[in-house]
Design a protein around this ligand. Sequence first.
Ligand SMILES: Nc1ncnc2c1ncn2[C@@H]1O[C@H](COP(=O)(O)OP(=O)(O)OP(=O)(O)O)[C@@H](O)[C@H]1O
Length: 587
Amino acid sequence: MNYNLNKLGAAQQKTSTLAGVKKLLQLIAHEKRILFFALAAILVNSTLSLLIPLIIGHTIDSYVQQKNFTGVLHNAAILLCMFLAALFTSYMQTTLMGGVGQRMLFTLRNSIFNKLQQLPVGFFNQNKAGDLISRVNNDTDKLNQFFSQSLMQFIGNISIMIGAGIFLLIINTRLGAATLVPAVLILLLTLALSPWIKRKNALNLKSTGNMSAEIQESLNNFKVIIAFNRRDYFRKRFDAANRENYRTAIGSGLANNVFVPVYGFFASVAQLIVLAFGIYLITIGEFSIGLLISYLSYANNFYNPLRQLAALWTNFQVAMAGWDRISQILSLEPDLPQLPAATPETGAPLLEFRNVHFGYDENREILHNISFKLERGKTYALVGPTGGGKTTTASLIARLYDPSKGQVLLNGTDIRTYSPAARSHEIGFILQEPFLFTGTVKDNILYGNNRYEDLSNKELEQVILDAGLGSLLAIFESGLDTKVASGGDSISLGQKQLIAFMRAVLRDPSLLILDEATANIDTITEKLLGEILGKLPETTTRVIIAHRLNTIENADEIFFVNSGEVIRAGSLNDAIDLLLKQKRQSS
Ligand SMILES: Nc1ncnc2c1ncn2[C@@H]1O[C@H](COP(=O)(O)OP(=O)(O)OP(=O)(O)O)[C@@H](O)[C@H]1O
């Protein structure tokens, strides 16, 4: 399945946006009450802004021209109260919507992170972590900015505009119609340019994601970069990504600001129309000075929000470009579905591959029509040349991927009928490169293991001793409290493998897979691990992938994995013959 977010098909992107918008609305659906109050505050604010010019016009025509200063003071007091009320409603609306934006940001980040947790390994193979981080951090923030700052201003400005437009038409229809002509031109221009603005912003967000991916890759691999003196190479790559980001930022900045001067120009044209046409109407006795002053205020009330709408509209386009990228993740359906639970078959082998085919992408099949059975309590070894398909076979056993054709059965039933929790309880997988979390050895040993999580250090040490793992724990200076920093980088690779080994064994799985799990461990400790493996419960099945053939001496059965085929190799000597034959053929 294609999980590459940057290469999703157009149709998929379209449906994901639609589905995403619905989900976006769901995210703030429970805020109805607050949205209602914020909306009420903005509408009161807009109404006040609309009434103020009317009162000023009335003051000029009724009191100023008659030199009635008591009336002027009276209206000034009313205006002051209205200004205060406008201040209060504006404050209310900002505070309420700020909260809505932050809560939405919180929920959205959680939703994306939860979705990322559900996605299969294939997704992470196809997308760069840096780009995903940028989606979770940067793109969600664009939406937050829109919700907390722009949405209510958007609604407020539109309501002021509509009100001002109505006043303009009511006060004088001909003058009103003439004043509104530039607005129609602006509307048409906005509609024409919006897709271009959104596209420019999408390109900029994408290049920000790429830049973040570049930073993540070089930070993750800094040791290799320093060892191979490749700093210049990564500097150049970052420079290229940064340059692309700069280029797209200029493009989006230009697109985002294109409306501001254009709107300003049309607003000035509207003022000119009001002045020229209004003065003409005064000269023929159809208009008063007070009305013209009110009218100019209404024209301002109409065009000022329109000017602000230019900026808000681009905020909306930026937010929607970000939302497209977020909803691409939210709408992804993991391709590892769980089938309805089935009853395990008694007497069935622990695990079976039935005519399994698999490829990481559709164009290249890695495993071809593989069938084998793993019986309870036996030890199996997978040997074969580098890149032959051993890790891939083990990954399918642990259901990190599903076959493209065929079936994997656990206890006689399709492995897809097991919940992730039940499956990981049955199958323990020690990966080639174990990953540890920042914390202590204890945190890492108990990772994903609820059984012992409430035990004190002493009790856990006893459990470890009982499981025969005491000599492994003794290798760590401060025992369970040994610190693991920087995602495991503070300890050696061999020590990481030992922690991963203890972690897997303490989970007491029915099937334990060790993928090159002892490759970085000294021979004496490796022997110790062999003994521990030998003392596992009789029913535990072990699958060992190893290049060092001495580690698989005691295997009950050896499979030779090469060029997408898994064949029974017979004895260790037969496996060595097969390996030598394969080496001769490939050289
Ligand atoms: N994530 C992946 N995406 C695409 N192709 C992959 C991926 N992982 C492995 N492959 C390809 O699948 C093939 C089998 O790889 P696999 O890791 O299973 O081999 P292996 O026998 O375990 O090798 P090794 O002994 O080096 O660990 C290789 O050709 C490899 O290039």
